[in-house]
Each structure stands twice: as structure tokens, then as C-alpha cells.
Design a protein around this ligand. Structure first.
Ligand SMILES: [Zn+2]
Length: 134
């Protein structure tokens, strides 16, 4: 007789024998509570979350990507990949621009290089500008 928790074992169990049914039930509960199974489920969930967050980051929505990845896995990746990107705010004038915009449509600053500039270098530049005015 098959002792594993399989459909064949379930079909072959003698239902008039309570001990055989009980033994199969114990085997199946043991399989479901196996820590290896739960570690795999946890690892897969983390992988889905990280991939979803990375896809969401490209759209400016990493948290939404993480949640979609956790909830739906690869289907969630598709959902976030097809979502509309969040508008990016200009670091100079604060006005919203399309996420794919290379430069601000309000003040014309290069958004890609402005995003890479550090807060410290911005403060330095403002300091130089104020010294020139004095
Ligand atoms: Zn601007």
C-alpha cells in the first residue's frame, strides 16, 4: 500500500478501516506542516516581492510593485509593468512632469542629471549664487 500523501493513496485507502484513514490523514498533515515546504513558500514570496518592487521602481511605484508581487506573483509583475508611471516632480521648481520626461517642461532643467545631483551640491550651488549676488 502507498504510504505517501498522494491522490493514489487517497483513492486506494480502505474507507471502512478507520485506522487506515487516520494514518493517511496523519501522513497528509505531516506533509503540509513540513518546514521545508514553508521555507520554499517564503523564499518564493520574497523573490516575487523583490522582482515586483524592482519593476515598480521603474514606474516610480516600488511599494505597489512589491505588494502586487507578494499578492499575485508573476501576474502581479505584469500588473505593475502595465500600470501608468507616476509623474516625477522637478527637484528645482517642484512642478510635476511625465515620468519619461528628460527635462522639466516648466523650468527646463535636465531631470536626469538633477536627480543624480546630491542635496549638498545643490546647497553649494545656491551658496555660490548668493555670494555672486552680494
Ligand atoms: Zn522644473
Amino acid at each position: 500500500m502507498d504510504t505517501g500523501c498522494t491522490l493514489a493513496a487517497l483513492a486506494g485507502v480502505d474507507q471502512s478501516d478507520p485506522e487506515a484513514v487516520q494514518a493517511l490523514l496523519q501522513t497528509c498533515i505531516g506533509t503540509l506542516l513540513d518546514p521545508v515546504l514553508w521555507w520554499w513558500a517564503l523564499a518564493l514570496t520574497i523573490v516575487c516581492a523583490v522582482v515586483g518592487a524592482l519593476i515598480g521602481r521603474m514606474k516610480g511605484r516600488w511599494l505597489a510593485g512589491l505588494l502586487w508581487g507578494v499578492l499575485l506573483g508573476p501576474i502581479g509583475w505584469i500588473v505593475i509593468a502595465l500600470s501608468t508611471p507616476v509623474a516625477q516632480g522637478c527637484p528645482e521648481c517642484g512642478q510635476p512632469n511625465a515620468a519619461s520626461a528628460a527635462s522639466c517642461r516648466h523650468c527646463g532643467v535636465d531631470l536626469r542629471s538633477a536627480a543624480q545631483r546630491s542635496q549638498r551640491s545643490r546647497l553649494k550651488r545656491d551658496d555660490w549664487a548668493s555670494r555672486r549676488r552680494d
